[in-house]
Each structure stands twice: as C-alpha cells, then as structure tokens.
Design a protein around this ligand. Structure first.
Ligand code: ZN
Length: 156
C-alpha cells in the first residue's frame, strides 16, 4: 500500500527562490555580463560546467548562460540543459576560473551597472524574450532602476 507513491517524489516546494539565492543568481548574472565583456575579446566564448544530472560537461556561451540564469531567476526552476553547439573546449573556461578572474573586479559603479543591465536586456531580447518580459525580469531582480532612461524610445 502506497509503494507506488514512493516513486513519485513530491516536488519540493522550491519554486520560490529565497532572497539569498536570488541575490546570488543576480550577482552571477552581472558577473556573466562582465566576464563576457572581458573575455570575449580574448576569444573565450563561455564557460564549462560539470553537470551532475547529465554526467557530462556543459559548454555554455555567455549569452546562453545569461538567459539560463535569467530563466532561473524569473521561473525559479532549472533551465533546460542546452549545451552550446559543437563547442571548442579551448574557447571555454571553467566557472571557478572565471570567478577568480573577477576577483578584484566586483565593485560596480552605478553607471557600469546600468550598462550591464542594458546588455542583459539586449542579450535576453536576442534570446527571444519579449520586451515586456525583459522589463519585468529586470524589475524583479532589481536591475530596472539601474537602467537610465534613454530618450528617443520609439513608442510604447
Ligand atoms: Zn545537464
């Protein structure tokens, strides 16, 4: 009796990120944008993670990582495992390495934040997000205030 139920693990009531997780992800998102701007010119296209779910390394471009993190932040669930297409391992660095690269580079002026928020917005747009979703997302992660109102928006 109830043996079958054991196989159906109840979904953990984990959909809502707590504030700490949210802040960490938000920081990651900003870090990824910074890394992209620092490392892309050096031929580094993204980062590589070992994924315990798939038992393999996932190569993620900066843009892919950005949209994955954004999804995680806005949906509260893990994004799809969507590795980069035929990655060249030489073009990817480990996340730890990348984070180490950022040491000493993590104090952001509000102007830099505005720039980063703008880049995140355009990356998400490129990933197919609707403008309203992007705005909503930035508001939820507290980056909307960072975007300076730029005149000359064409409508809506
Ligand atoms: Zn995976």
């Amino acid at each position: 009796m109830g043996a079958m139920e054991d196989e159906m693990e109840p979904f953990e009531d984990d959909q809502e990120l707590d504030n700490d997780e949210r802040e960490l992800l938000q920081q990651d998102l900003v870090d990824v944008q910074t890394l992209k701007s620092l490392l892309s010119p050096r031929g580094i296209k993204g980062t590589v993670f070992y994924c315990p779910d798939c038992s393999e390394d996932h190569y993620l471009t900066w843009d892919l990582l950005t949209s994955n993190l954004a999804e995680l932040l806005s949906q509260g669930e893990s994004p799809i495992h969507e590795p980069a297409f035929e990655p060249d391992p030489d073009e990817y660095v480990g996340w730890d390495y990348a984070r180490g690269y950022l040491d000493g580079y993590t104090s952001y002026e509000s102007e830099e934040l505005a720039e980063l928020a703008g880049r995140i917005a355009s990356d998400l747009g490129a990933a197919g997000w609707k403008t309203s979703d992007v705005k909503g997302f930035l508001a939820r992660v507290g980056l909307d205030g960072a975007i300076r109102p730029d005149g000359g928006g064409a409508g809506t």
